[in-house]
Design a protein around this ligand. Sequence first.
Ligand SMILES: NC(=O)c1ccc[n+]([C@@H]2O[C@H](COP(=O)([O-])OP(=O)(O)OC[C@H]3O[C@@H](n4cnc5c(N)ncnc54)[C@H](OP(=O)(O)O)[C@@H]3O)[C@@H](O)[C@H]2O)c1
Length: 288
Amino acid sequence: MPTRMIPLNDGRQIPWLGFGTGTALLYKDATEAVRNAIAHGIVHLDGAQLYENEDTLGAGIAASGVPRETLFVTTKIADLAEGMTVRESFLGSLKRLRLDYVDLLLIHSPKRTLEGRVQEVWKEFEKFQQEGLAKSIGVSNFRIKDFEELLKVATVIPAVNQIEYNPYLYKSSQPLLEYMKKYNILATSWGGITPLVHLKGGPVDPVLVSIRERLEKDTGKTVTEGQVLGLWLRYQGIPQITSSSKLERVKEYLATEELPDLTEEEFQRINKEGAKKHHRVYCEWMDE
Ligand SMILES: NC(=O)c1ccc[n+]([C@@H]2O[C@H](COP(=O)([O-])OP(=O)(O)OC[C@H]3O[C@@H](n4cnc5c(N)ncnc54)[C@H](OP(=O)(O)O)[C@@H]3O)[C@@H](O)[C@H]2O)c1
């Protein structure tokens, strides 16, 4: 199955669908889930030091047997232990992942122990990119004010901002997305299926059902509301970072790649209903 690729501002590309080792796999052995996901067509893997399973993400990649260069692997740094340098922290990740480089390295958050230190961390990230240890570099959970701070010292503009994003965050995210567009910084989304997972019964639900029915009629395939949310992200050129403990669900996410695009009218109907509610699962400080 061909993987849709989305361009980054550094000339590289990111596969649209990413499989994360947080959420369902948080703090767990990810070996089998990763191996199975790759066997079924996943090429983009989203890890983080914080998930405490980089070692088993690496084991799953090794067990998959696919050539390293066919995969796109992300990791993130959220914290620095007392006395540890950014370099030591990142080299630890590469070792646990059993990789010579990652495709994308992110500052996980401008909060936690990196609060007030993002400029210093970013300058180190720029060196890692020059050395080929991180092909692309970016951030996660950044607000406009966090970018303003980082861009004061940046030689390299972040390629990506990985943020919580779904129809209930569409309206409130527009100023940030507009700001990012000026710098050609790509948004990638986690929490994209929140309307189904955390907010069932919200105003978006009936629209998702009617679009699912339209797609089923047009394609003759079974379509899910989760896939409609994936298509909502894809319509905006935003990669979907998702996860699952179940292989069936991974296949469902992958099958989204083969579905047709939403129409502009369908996209706007979702946005209109999404604007009726505002809800974040995590990182409420993103609204500060
Ligand atoms: N940068 C950050 O700060 C950050 C934060 C959170 C997550 N992430 C990344 O994003 C990845 C995805 O995390 P997420 O929380 O955003 O995941 P998500 O895509 O919003 O949700 C995935 C979860 O939803 C469940 N699910 C899927 N379809 C469902 C349905 N139709 N009904 C009910 N439950 C359903 C799955 O459970 P099953 O296991 O039952 O399939 C899975 O655990 C993480 O693994 C991580 O890599 C990044």
